[in-house]
Design a protein around this ligand. Sequence first.
Ligand code: ADP
Ligand code: MG
Length: 315
Amino acid sequence: NETRGRLPRYPKLERWILLEKMGDGAFSNVYRARDSTGEFDQVAIKVVRKYELNATQRANILKEVQIMRGLEHENIVSLISFSESQSYYYLILELCPGGELFHQIVRLTYFSEDLSRHVIVQVADALKYLHEEKGVVHRDIKPENLLFEPIAFTPTKNPKRRSPEDEDKEDEGEFVPGVGAGGIGRIKVADFGLSKVVWDSQTMTPCGTVGYTAPEIVKDERYSKSVDMWALGCVLYTLLCGFPPFYDESISVLTEKVAKGEYAFISPWWDDISKSAQDLVSHLLTVDPVKRYTIEQFMDHPWTKQTQEPTIAAL
Ligand code: ADP
Ligand code: MG
């Protein structure tokens, strides 16, 4: 059914005209598509290959849909509708034409502190909503799952990283979605494939019957939101310097480094990054989940609260 080069035709998806493949995952392809009825603007469609999934994985997709249905926030990709055929699940999603934050980091090498703040605060706003209003833990926050709305003009290179030969040449730039002089596209959190509703000991929502919940569940879930805060720290670290806090060719070495929280503010890349930013990162990348910053503490940190509109000069 899925032909190389040309766009595939899927059963029971006649309403939507596929335009371009935008991304893929282990069991899915994501397409940009047009609504033949004209009711909606362009959308993104996540097509999940049902036949490759076992019962648990199928249930997880339905859970992803269930969780997304209950969400409404400007920094979260909204689910427009859901349908299925015998072999596929179709998640019709709000389109983020600016693509992944991941690609923007690769393109710009790294972000200024102002631009990093602009991005991370939007992710934090989404997490605050998920954690505090919905009792949802995302569990897969990473630059590949943070998507941009479009924006117009962008310089071809990060001015700081232009070579000496480029010095007297005008940077003509290009029109690329994501980050540009016209502004910065809004960030949207995507991919609720690993997300989970947790029992909230404080508000006793949204799971209701608290009296019968076992202690290990209560204890476990009290800290489960902190996994998103760790990930937020990893994203912030990566935005600021252009490489992730934990990396190794070997998975076992990498796992060991993460378990110990073994990372550093490596010179020279971190030399010009403020102590305040480093302080915030270190409170997020704290191994003990009890001591790790919550979303509330993140919002209250002096670095987060600095207000400065990011400009292209600050890139
Ligand atoms: P998976 O669970 O397979 O990782 P995702 O939901 O993360 O699936 O989608 C995979 C990729 O498809 C994303 O990393 C992104 O590049 C692209 N994508 C997903 N949703 C959208 C969307 N709403 N708009 C634009 N691109 C999207
Ligand atoms: Mg993903």
